[in-house]
Design a protein. Structure first.
Length: 149
């Protein structure tokens, strides 16, 4: 009888775990690019390799389930980004999760044109695996990876 009860409890636990699923989302903050490198997040592909050396206040959020990484940083230099990325066309798609990360005040369209109206430059860094939006006036950069299919 105890064996049957133990199996029922174990089965119930397995079902609840399967329904709830594991959500492996995390967020980290680094004061400098060197700190992020030491933690291994650049080498592991969670932070773009091409962000400027003077980057500060780096925030990265990752989700292992979806394979999405997004983050932000401050820098006075956008040159390294332009070496790796192209200026995005107005119709370039910007996913909802990136728009929420940017906190653009309810941008309706998920495209580069909507962000450009808000004062952002948008870069298509497809070869690098990240895309970028930045406000030159704030010197704040946002990056995200396209959702894995």
């Amino acid at each position: 009888m105890r064996l049957i009860a133990a199996r029922i409890i174990l089965l119930g636990f397995a079902l609840v775990s399967g329904v709830m699923g594991c959500h492996d989302a995390w967020t980290k903050h680094f004061e400098s690019l060197d700190s992020a490198r030491k933690d291994g997040l650049v080498d592991k592909g969670w932070i773009p390799r091409f962000i400027p050396e003077d980057s500060t206040n780096i925030v990265v959020s990752g989700d292992l389930d979806s394979g999405v990484s997004m983050g932000s940083f401050f820098s006075k230099n956008s040159d390294s980004l332009h070496k790796h990325c192209l200026t995005a066309s107005d119709s370039f798609p910007v996913p909802d999760y990136a728009l929420r990360w940017l906190d653009t005040g309810g941008t309706a369209n998920g495209d580069a044109a909507a962000l450009k109206i808000k004062g952002y430059d948008v870069l298509d860094c497809g070869v690098e695996g990240f895309d970028v939006a930045y406000s030159q006036s704030k010197r704040q950069f946002y990056y995200w990876t396209p959702r894995k299919k």
